[in-house]
Design a binder for this molecule. Structure first.
Ligand code: GMT
Length: 378
């Protein structure tokens, strides 16, 4: 099928998921058209079945806020008409679902054809931004006008019905990970550089926004470090990075915390890591945690949102109430001090990650797309 994928091209989970979905669909022979304002970070190299359409947003002195949604909708119309797309898959409702709705109406007026729009809800579009009264009416309308709606976790589906007047079914299609790609042997030389005295390696990866509770990450590591020789890798960047750097200096941990910035290739970094910290205020799913588990890294997380759907407490790691730094620290220290228990949890993490392997999940999206097949032989 010919599928248009609309997403954020940045390092956030929704853009990562949308890009990996498009690449996997292209590998299976589908023709994929990415429509966004810059090349998605995970879209590297040439793929025979992948096309990229940049959304240009012309400026004008009158525009304090250039109308990205208008430019996005127009670009979608162009791609739908000129590449005869079967459907549009919008990832993250804001503003992709409403832009897709506009494009759908324009195409219908021009050609009489009603192009299916699938909207996948990813998290903060529902639990944070979307609930703002400034956005809520359009978010509710554009989700309800979608031909199909999916959510990346059972929790997000519940949250959507709880906070929005959605009158349609929401199908849960969990996020996925290419386990084969992440299940790598640790590179000894890399581990040696990070932990020269064979210290334990702790990692956090995110967009360093408030919702990630970066201060909790630093406090948990401070506690771990007092009990276990350890190093912390901080991967990603964002508004809370200065706080993390200040706390690193305040705690005298400059020699044990490395800020790696945004990393496109997480496989090698995760392969040398022992514990992944994710004490977020909320996670609809926690894609970064799943990628860590696929690399046999144990997860110490909060029990917020959909995290319990992937991080099984006492099996693949531990979950604790949001803000419970003491419990997260205690659990991490207990694991890091018990080699055999750590090894068992690592094996469990990989086993659980396999349930969300790309090869199990992609067929669910294909089955959804086939509902909109125009030729009968998709
Ligand atoms: O984690 C972020 O803040 C980025 C955000 C996004 O919209 O890209 O991630 C959301 O989508 C991911 C992919 O579905 C989920 O794994 C994340 O849990 C979710 N983030 C939140 O719900 C806070």
């Amino acid at each position: 099928m010919k599928i248009g994928i609309v997403c954020y091209p940045t390092f956030g989970g929704s853009g990562v998921l949308a890009t990996e979905l498009g690449k996997a669909l292209a590998e299976k022979g589908h023709e994929i058209h990415f429509i966004t304002y810059q090349q998605p970070v995970r879209l590297n190299g040439f793929h025979a079945n992948i096309f990229y359409h940049e959304v240009r947003v012309p400026t004008y002195p009158l525009f304090d806020y250039p109308p990205y949604e208008l430019a996005l909708a127009s670009t979608m119309v162009d791609v739908i008409l000129n590449h005869d797309l079967d459907l549009i898959h919008a990832h993250y409702a804001i503003p992709h679902a409403s832009a897709a709705y506009t494009a759908k109406q324009i195409v219908k007026q021009k050609t009489g054809r009603s192009v299916p729009v699938i909207t996948t809800l990813h998290g903060t579009d529902i639990t944070l931004v979307g609930r703002d009264k400034t956005y809520e009416p359009v978010v509710t309308f554009s989700i309800n006008e979608s031909d199909s709606i999916t959510a990346v976790s059972e929790n997000l589906k519940e949250e959507t019905y709880k906070h929005f007047d959605i009158i349609k079914d929401i199908e849960v299609i969990h996020n996925f990970v290419d386990v084969h790609r992440y299940n790598k042997k640790p590179v000894a030389a890399f581990r040696q550089v990070i932990a020269p005295n064979n210290e334990r390696i702790i990692i956090h990866a995110s967009n360093f926004r408030k919702i990630k509770r970066i201060d909790n990450v630093m406090d948990i590591f401070k506690n771990i470090h007092t009990a276990v020789p350890s190093k912390l890798l901080m991967v990603g960047d964002g508004p809370e990075r200065p706080l993390a750097e200040d706390l690193t200096r305040q705690y005298g941990l400059e020699a044990d915390v490395r800020f790696l910035g945004k990393q496109e290739q997480m496989e090698e970094i995760l392969a040398v890591s022992d514990v992944f910290l994710l004490p977020s205020e909320y996670e609809s799913f926690g894609l970064a945690a799943l990628e860590a588990m696929a690399a046999s890294t144990v997860v110490i997380s909060s029990d917020a949102g959909g995290l319990n759907e992937i991080n099984i407490n006492g099996v693949t790691g531990y979950t604790s109430p949001v803000g419970d730094v003491e419990s997260m620290s205690k659990n991490a220290i207990e694991l890091l001090k018990d080699e055999s228990k750590l090894k068992a949890f690592k094996l469990n993490a990989l086993k659980e990650a396999k349930l969300f392997d790309i090869h199990h999940i992609i067929p669910k999206y294909e089955a959804l797309y086939r509902k909109f097949c125009r030729t009968g032989d998709c």
